[in-house]
Unconditional design. Structure first.
Length: 76
């Protein structure tokens, strides 16, 4: 897994791309506290464990894949 940090809020996650369509994300911080988008969704009634991403972090991961910073691989 490769570490990626959100440039908007600083939330850090570990990312693994098994294919272009499959992304595994392991949270290393409490995004319900550090991420404004996720915290507002949780405050609005969504269950924190069901909020799997925010727009800024998803865009950052996709950009990192395009730039080769996060590799797509079926290997651990």
């Amino acid at each position: 897994m490769q570490e990626v940090g959100c440039r908007t809020c600083g939330t850090r996650v570990l990312v693994k791309k098994n294919s272009l369509a499959h992304t595994s994300v392991q949270w290393t911080t409490d995004a319900a506290v550090t991420c404004e988008e996720i915290s507002s969704r949780v405050a609005g009634g969504e269950y924190a464990a069901c909020v799997t991403h925010c727009g800024a972090l998803r865009a950052l991961i996709e950009r990192a894949v395009r730039e080769g910073l996060v590799k797509v691989s079926s290997d651990d």
